[in-house]
Design a binder for this molecule. Sequence first.
Ligand code: XMP
Length: 483
Amino acid sequence: MALKLRPETALTFDDVLLVPKRSTIPSRFAVNTHTQFSRHISLALPIISSNMDTVTEWTMARAMAHLGGIGVIHRFMTIERQAAEVQRVKRTEGFMVERPYNLECTATVQDARDRMDKYHIGGLVVVDAQNGVMGLVTARDVMFERDPKRPVVDVMTPRDRLVIAREDTTMEQARDILHEHRIEKLPVLGSDGRLEGLITALDIARQEQWPLATKDSRGRLRVAAAVGVRPSDMERAVACANAGADALVVDIAHGHSDNALNMVRALKERFPSIDIVGGNVATTDGVRDLVEAGADAVKVGVGAGSICITRIVTGFGVPQLSAVAECADAGQALGVPIIADGGIRNSGDITKALAVGASTVMLGSLLAGTDESPGANVVRGGRRYKIVRGMASLTANIDRQELELGREVDPDDWEHVVAEGVEAMVPIRGPVQDIIYQLVGGLRSGMSYAGARTLSELWANAEFLRITPAGKAESGAHDVMME
Ligand code: XMP
């Protein structure tokens, strides 16, 4: 049988360099990195944290949204926990917290302490059975109270002494009221006198701290959540959507499959106002079919990830730069952004992935060593590392089975797992903000080399040159002693 061979050679990041272009850009700060995550969600930075259990839970998702990117909360946890993670990001800020945590008026001082501890908050609105506001209790009111059984109504600030705001209060007005009364919390009441929300001084201050933050129309941070393709994943999607997820990401290795297409279609039908991300694919046909099924963005990358061994185990995959180029043509023709997922090792790779047509990049192991990632810390040879693992690795497979079964998997059954990912370590890297600063600084510089002020100018101006191993060796530091 003849070998059916595509004529072109597929390339990846190290096979090429971008050719410098005449630039009118005075400094890298004159470059605009705004982009689309999906049809309806725009980002100030084109960076997404991966839906891996060693990369994105609520802490990472919050940090990414603060910085102007977005995080995708992984799905390798119970439905309840994933929804709670989404909710934590959504409740982080917004100048008004809607449906704030409250306390019934029959509660005690200890109940107030417990609830504040549970939700990591410093105050609760005390309500009657009809959700009418009776007062406000703060951490300071209960801190030194000796009698934990004392009714909370005895220690709270009662309704008649409470400063309150009406539903239509603007952020500016709220700031003035907080300042005038030197208070930190402002309950918001509807016209019927019922509790509608809570404005806090901290939330208003945070609005100014993160000028690029990715926010929804109500000022809340945006977050995406991953779901699988099993029937039970619709339940997961409903819980995450109810918790406020802005996008649902269908997480499946072979996204050009009936399972993936059916899930994208079902999600789009069920949640027409939430953006659905399909993937992962590596071909024009894959993009087209996912978009036809309803995808609002398509994730591209088969076997490119740092912890992936799919190409070794299955023999399938497309070198990432060629995959992104092919898919980006299709995505741009269909008006759907492409996410380049996997294989990014530095800011140069980010520039190349975007230059070839992606709208964003998704990062796994580059972010896994940061303070915000959930991976465990380990020490090897006197140095500190964090664990990163493929979601199709042996241990991730076993953990997933144990979560589903509710019991330990017999070690004799471990050999039945066919892993397509590995467990590994990455150096501890400090706050994710510092990593993103370096990566975006490199991207901005790269865009100025292309003479591109925007991402679409980068797409238009980018010209790649294929290089040899000697060219690659010349690209890094060489012929000097590195410390
Ligand atoms: P990086 O290179 O950024 O890649 O660490 C992250 C991406 O890798 C994918 N991923 C996997 N692919 N087997 C695979 O073939 C796995 O076990 C695995 N786990 C993650 C995923 O797309 C992620 O965003």
